[in-house]
Design a protein around this ligand. Sequence first.
Ligand code: AKG
Ligand code: FE2
Length: 350
Amino acid sequence: MSSTADKRTIPVLDFSRYEADPVSRKEFIEGLRRAARDVGFFYLTGHGIPQSLIDDVLHASRRFFALPDEDKLQIEMVNSPHFRGYNRVGQELTKGERDWREQIDIGSEAPALVRDGNLPAWTRLQGPNQWPSALPELKPLLLEWQDRLTDLSTRLLKAFAIVLEQDENAFETIYAGTPNHLIKIIRYPGRDSTESEQGVGAHKDSGFLTLLLQEKQKGLQVEAAEGGWIDAEPRAGTFVVNIGELLEMATDGYLKATVHRVVTPPAGTDRLSVAFFLGAPFDAEIPLLDLAPHLKAQASGVTRDPQNPLYRNSGQNALKSRLRSHPDVARRHHADLIATQARAEVAPFA
Ligand SMILES: O=C(O)CCC(=O)C(=O)O
Ligand SMILES: [Fe+2]
């Protein structure tokens, strides 16, 4: 049994133990189970991503945000029907409220599909990224980051399959072929404490797993099982890992996507983070795993929220999240979908 104190501490797990001897591997799996069930968040060490690459990504991100506005706005997201590119501060919404952060979204690189009413609406999410011409080194660096983090997150998903007493490859359809992912490079400017403190509002992540790199400034908070917020302060050399709604759906709530938020840093400072979201290919249906009875007995079902219907089809889920977070892109490129979306939000769980 875990104590209340355990449920308020974000554990540290060393991934190198999963790929070591059988005893270490077993201990890692048990630690992962407790972390995933008690808090839904943990710090990952032993991940094998070189510190030099981490430093390069953080430095390049800093250089991007320091560019003149006109260079950043050259790749503004509103130009992209595929929800790629730069958003200025206050442009993104969480539960209808403005988030106080600027960011670039970079997804899987793929050609756009010709619009065709016979294709599902989510096919519009597929397309090229926008890259800043003022910072040419960003593209090769982030393409390398995509590869490395895809590899790490899919290996971690195998460990989760073991936690769930499934074959290690139970989630293979999620990462075989072209895995689907999203990188968000985010800067939270400081603000006076008399203003809203919403860096990003309380939410769950919509993919399978999230791997988050934090620079130095704190601000990320995780909702505790018994209420209240736990600070997930930056720890050098680690990623913060958390579970998304697709993994909650696949396990019927044995694993839960934990609510989290970012509090705006004090005026005169800022906060930098780089989030990697492992999703599922847009055409994938999220499997419902057949869990062993003793695990099923601990699965409390998927959280149902009429404001946030969850779909088994990955693309439908992703499109729902994107239309809601980026109303400017929705209005410019997807006006025909907005009414359908509004109807879906009041419809029961699909
Ligand atoms: O910036 C962070 O620390 C977390 C960001 C986040 O939760 C998100 O973008 O989903
Ligand atoms: Fe998040």
